[in-house]
Design a protein. Sequence first.
Length: 114
Amino acid sequence: MPLGTNRNFQNLLNLVPGTTRATFQHSQFFNASSSLQTEVNGQLRQGNNYQIEGIDDNERTGLLQILIPPLEAIQTVDVSTSNFDAELGRASGAVTNVILKSGSNNYHGAAYEI
């Protein structure tokens, strides 16, 4: 699936109903990991919660995601926008949980053209 800007998985939020287009909100100096932001269901972008394997991956301000894994390391991206379970209830917008691939004994590779 073509992901556009910097091959960032956060572009998948553009496919979720009720979201605005994912964009850069800060300069490269403050956003070195090239994190994208979106508004969900009319809530501010600060209301979103980003997780990796169920662990919060937000800066202290809640504005940006700290670690953005490469696409080759991602198995699934789960986006919940309303009626969260109790363990996800810390967000007013969306909860995005990234599940990483497990390791194996085989060599794998990927190629792409910019």
